[in-house]
Write a protein that binds this ligand. Structure first.
Ligand code: SAH
Length: 221
């Protein structure tokens, strides 16, 4: 099957999975997921599954990306902070449905590849940073919308603190042993409202930067 019809099938699967936001579905139809995966996985790019991207990381499952972005309730007037750029797949989708995306990745090598894709795809409303995203992006705070692409053991406090009142953060909480849940955090005048959106499976949010002296080779994943 050629990739156009595989992509149409994926969009149908997203609808069947409960995604109804038409702007989001249109964005996901526009974004060529086969441009975000290593050659060896290109023929599986439109399967609704996570796939390895090197350094032990994965490109997220499309239905999970869609559910998290839908829960974030964005529109083309807002800026979004994304933690965990990875391949940049979710970043590019966000760049179609938001005004600007600030994205942070701790693996410089993954970030370089993602930046090349943003350039190739002509996405000029994405600002990148290599670093530990659990510290957020204080110079750009407060944020009305924050999305975290790796599972944290608890709600990351520094990210919650960078939310504007009324701001929303979508973050997977849990670890390899516990079941992970997608959590929606909304900042109120007096504190935070927390909502459980459903189960999910993510790689861990890791604090600090990778140790370059024992750089885990890209070939391993
Ligand atoms: N949505 C991405 C998912 C990538 S996997 C995609 O579809 O490609 C999660 C990413 O989060 C990995 O690239 C990992 O390196 C990154 N990550 C984990 N902890 C992080 C942290 N504290 N700061 C920044 N990035 C982090």
């Amino acid at each position: 099957m050629i990739s156009a019809s595989k992509k149409v099938r994926l969009i149908l699967e997203l609808r069947q999975g409960g995604i109804f936001d038409t702007a989001l579905l249109a964005a996901m139809e526009k974004v060529p997921r086969d441009g975000f995966v290593p050659d060896a996985f290109r023929d599986r790019a439109y399967e609704d599954t996570a796939l390895p991207i090197g350094l032990g990381q994965t490109i997220s499952q499309p239905l999970v990306v869609a559910k998290m972005i839908e829960a974030l309730s964005v529109n083309d007037r807002v800026k979004v902070l994304e933690v965990g750029t990875g391949s940049g797949y979710q970043t590019v989708i966000l760049s179609h449905v938001c005004r600007r995306v600030y994205t942070i990745e701790r693996h410089r090598e993954l970030l370089r590849d993602a930046e090349a894709r943003f350039e190739d795809m002509g996405r000029h409303n994405i600002t990148t940073r290599a670093g530990d995203g659990s510290a957020g992006w204080p110079e750009q705070a407060p944020f009305t919308h924050v999305i975290v692409s790796a599972a944290a053991p608890d709600i990351p406090q520094m990210l919650a603190d960078q939310l504007a009142v009324g701001g929303i953060m979508i973050v997977p909480i849990g670890d390899e042993r516990r079941e992970q849940r997608i959590i929606k955090v909304v900042r109120t005048e007096t504190g935070f409202d927390v909502d459980d959106i459903g189960p999910v499976r993510f790689l861990p949010l890791v604090t600090g930067m990778p140790d370059v002296t024992k750089q885990d080779g890209r070939a391993e994943a």
